[in-house]
Design a protein around this ligand. Structure first.
Ligand code: PEP
Ligand code: MG
Length: 573
């Protein structure tokens, strides 16, 4: 048995097909002066050949996977057209007097290193794009045929060191049951592609390629990341059953899309919403049946750029989300920068404890022009849909009042300018600092709603850094202190006639669903793909049952007992 990273869910059993890599031999000797031009020409021809191959692959991808997924190949083509990249290679051939293939390899390596050292996981994974393009040019220089998975004749499980995006596109989908690869992470291309094609996949297995032979029987469990090579009869039987159960479960989830998130006895209905980071994410939210956007993280608009985004730019983004979700509600969170997310153009201080530092609403209240621009953009967009505003990192009532006075100024400006906005727009706060949870009864008077940010609430309540793997065993959403705070917040809001949602990861964690439902949470906001799973649990229990579970959990003294209780209501296949 091997354990890797579960990259795309589902279970498959089948015969192995190894994606063999042709041996690529790079000539590293120096070349005489008179051969330089010939090597440069070889390189240029290989770039042209690569371009026409990629154009074809891109067209195929557009047809089969849609424009957005095909953009990966657009990015590859851009690399091939990037004069800096091309000139660097030509200069290397000329100055270092090396072969074309060697120059491509050297330049590609420096690019890959740069990407691999990037902080952002997504950008790190883009090193694979450069490698894919570079390998293609090298093979074209050397005249090595590029193996494709387009002519598979029987249904197989693909085993590879790494699957490049071009491999995935060219393969005959009818014939591929699942993938397993040595390399790759959760956001690698293999993972992204496998998920969009709904093919189970396990990546990051390190050495599966060297352990498997063509034709071996393989079990891929994309739910847990487990892979078996030539399993015995008992294991095969167990997995045949799991495979059938999972298929049934998937079908059930699909059928839930347009059904309400109400309990079995219809005594309680809640709202299931999606968390998004950019307007592009709205599509996934709607596909998964989101009833609104419970958290629009606006930080991405401010990141990877040299100056603050203008009011107009922000307005366009917010309006797009508001319009495509209307009449469903969209909660836009004002800028939550600081902590681990810094803006280079904002001259932010170096702090000893950035998570307890000058961040989010604290920074915005010190630089009210930044907040005002954002609030004006949000207000203007509110005319085009059902927008709500939410302030992050609130720790005291004064902060809400100050933020609201900036909001009031923004409203008055718009009035004067004759620009329409929604006059009944709701304003709420994130409850993610323990002090806010403790004084929820006081804060409830100042807001229309609360949204509990458990990611931060848990880290601050338990004094456990949410990013530090050395203490991750102490990061317990079901710690009695966390449960009590959540309950207190929900009760305080209801007493004041307001409502409470949750937009931290806990809202999408199926082992917490029954407890949160029973505590009276009104809205759950999560990554879109979790919505059907949570809905299925809500629809399978009565409100009385959920309330009973919540009561039991709140009365328990040990975290392990609460976890056991929670697990028993997880009801996954
Ligand atoms: C939270 O803290 O729970 C939350 C949703 O916000 P973020 O993860 O963006 O800090
Ligand atoms: Mg937070």
């Amino acid at each position: 048995m091997l354990k890797g990273i579960a990259a795309s869910p589902g279970i498959e059993i089948g015969k192995a097909y190894l994606l063999k890599e042709h041996q690529v031999v790079i000539d590293t000797t120096h070349i005489p002066e008179e051969k330089i031009n010939r090597e440069i020409k070889k390189f240029e021809e290989a770039v042209e050949a690569s371009k026409s191959q990629l154009e074809k692959i891109k067209q195929k991808a557009e047809k089969e996977m849609g424009r957005e997924k095909a953009e990966i190949f657009g990015a590859h083509l851009m690399v091939l057209e990037d004069p800096v990249f091309l000139d660097e290679i030509k200069a290397k051939i000329r100055n270092d007097k090396i072969t074309a293939e060697n120059a491509v390899l050297q330049v590609m390596k420096t690019y890959i290193e740069t990407f691999k050292n990037m902080e952002d996981e997504y950008l790190r994974e883009r090193a694979a794009d450069i490698k894919d393009v570079g390998d293609r040019i090298i093979k074209n220089i050397l005249g090595i045929p590029i193996q494709t998975l387009s002519d598979l004749t029987e249904k197989v499980i693909i085993i590879a060191k790494d699957l490049k995006p071009s491999d995935t596109v060219q393969m005959n989908k009818e014939k591929v049951l699942a993938f397993a690869t040595d390399m790759g992470g959760r956001t690698s291309h293999t993972a992204i592609m496998a998920k969009s094609l709904e093919i189970p996949a396990v990546v990051g297995l390190i050495d599966i390629y060297s352990k498997v032979k063509d034709g071996d029987t393989i079990i891929i469990d994309g739910n847990t990341g487990i892979v078996y090579i030539n399993p015995d009869k008992a294991i095969l039987k167990k997995y045949e059953k799991l495979k059938q159960d999972y298929k049934k479960y998937r079908q059930e989830l699909k059928e839930l899309k347009d059904l309400p998130a109400e309990t079995l006895d219809k005594a309680r209905r809640v709202e299931l919403c999606a968390n998004i980071g950019t307007p592009k994410d709205v599509k996934g939210a709607l596909e998964n049946g989101a009833e609104g956007i419970g958290l629009y993280r606006t930080e991405f608009l401010y990141m990877d750029r040299e100056s603050l985004p203008s009011e107009e730019e922000q307005f366009e983004a917010y309006k797009e989300v508001a319009q495509s979700m209307a009449p469903r509600p969209v909660i836009i969170r004002t800028l939550d920068i600081g902590g681990d997310k810094k803006l280079p153009y904002l001259d932010m201080p170096n702090e000893l404890n950035p998570f307890l530092g000058w961040r989010a609403i604290r920074m915005c209240l010190d630089r009210p022009h930044i907040l005002k621009t954002q609030l004006r953009a949000i207000l203007r967009a509110s005319h085009y849909g059902n927008i709500r505003i939410m302030y992050p990192m609130i720790s005291r009532a004064e902060e809400i009042r100050k933020a609201n006075s900036v909001l009031e100024e923004a409203k008055q400006e718009l009035e004067k300018e004759g620009i329409p906005y929604d006059k009944n727009l709701q304003v709420g706060i994130m409850v993610e600092i323990p002090s806010a949870a403790v004084i929820a009864d006081i804060l409830a008077k100042e807001v229309d709603f609360f949204s509990i940010g458990t990611n931060d609430l848990i880290q601050y309540t338990l004094a456990v850094d949410r990013m530090n793997e050395h203490v991750s065993n102490l990061y317990d959403p079901l710690h009695p202190a966390v449960l009590r705070l959540i309950k207190q917040v929900i009760d305080a809001s209801h007493k004041a006639g307001k409502w409470t949602g949750m937009c931290g990861e806990m809202a999408g964690d199926v082992s917490s669903t029954a407890i949160l439902l029973g505590m009276g949470l009104d809205e759950f906001s999560m990554s879109a793909s979790s919505i059907p799973h949570v809905k299925r649990i809500i629809r399978s229990i009565t409100y009385d049952e959920a309330r009973q579970i919540a009561r039991e959990a709140l009365n328990m003294e040990n975290i392990e007992d609460i976890k056991k209780l929670a697990e028993s209501y997880k009801i996954l296949p």
